[in-house]
Design a protein around this ligand. Sequence first.
Ligand code: URA
Length: 177
Amino acid sequence: CGLCAGRTQIVFGDGNPDAKILFVGEGPGEQEDLRGLPFVGRAGELLTQMIEKGMGLSRSEVYICNILKCRPPGNRNPEPGEIACCEPYLHKQIDILRPRIIVALGKFAAQWLLATQTPIGKLRGKFGRYRGIPTLATYHPAYLLRSPGQKRIVMDDLLRIKAILEGETEPPVEIYS
Ligand code: URA
């Protein structure tokens, strides 16, 4: 797609190829574009903190990527044609990783992966499936930087996932498919 014209480099993904949890964001921002790694700016620092301090996992145990592998200019929202071009890479990534659970970070990833237009406020905390894998919608860490009062609820989402994985129980009934 046209995003290659403005990007510094592709930001493919980062983490453990055997990860049980896959975090999917929207697309690389400025820092990610410069460093070639997902979620390494301010929002990424918060996500890393929530994974490490909150969930008690190391960032290198999970896998983190985005729907778009190249930065949209000025961090604008991805366009449908750009996603259509990039989604096959996400599919292949997921097919190789086969995570137990996907966490869709923010409105854009949540609505896209769960194939719904439901507002993120309603989607948050709900499960669907993406490529057959249980997928939980939660708020984006960039939103949490603006609304720190919502951190607790996202932390609860992440701890719920940890409990599901540790208990080897199935996630709750899916609302979206
Ligand atoms: N926001 C995203 O959605 N992804 C990143 O990699 C960084 C910020």
